[in-house]
Design a protein around this ligand. Structure first.
Ligand SMILES: [Zn+2]
Length: 106
């Protein structure tokens, strides 16, 4: 946790913000027989959906709106760019960092 003293330095240029993915529902690997995973993976199945939520952030600066105990990782995807439709954007981040709409120019 930072003390936020340099928060005012943030230019909040949506074109520079990148995406943090918060893992909402981790995808877990289980085995049918509770044995170790076989070499040919014939005894595994998956639990969970692997669902994620996108937040606007910067490398090394985890957004505060991601719960402290939630797994999250930074990506180089631009916040202003397109995301997979299955991954919703955090409402707080969307309000704080509105994306420039390409269709709003006309
Ligand atoms: Zn957020």
């Amino acid at each position: 946790m930072t003390n936020g003293a340099d928060e005012s330095d943030l230019a909040d240029d949506p074109n520079e913000l990148t995406v943090w993915f918060e893992r909402l529902d981790p995808l877990q690997v289980r085995t049918y027989d509770d044995a170790p995973i076989r070499d040919d993976y014939s005894n595994i199945y998956f639990v969970g959906t692997g669902k994620s939520r996108a937040h606007a952030g910067r490398p090394g600066r985890r957004p505060d709106c991601i719960p402290a105990d939630a797994p999250a990782h930074w990506s180089h995807d631009l916040w202003a760019g397109e995301l997979p439709p299955a991954i919703p954007r955090c409402a707080d981040c969307a309000k704080r960092h509105p994306r420039p709409s390409p269709s709003a120019s006309r």
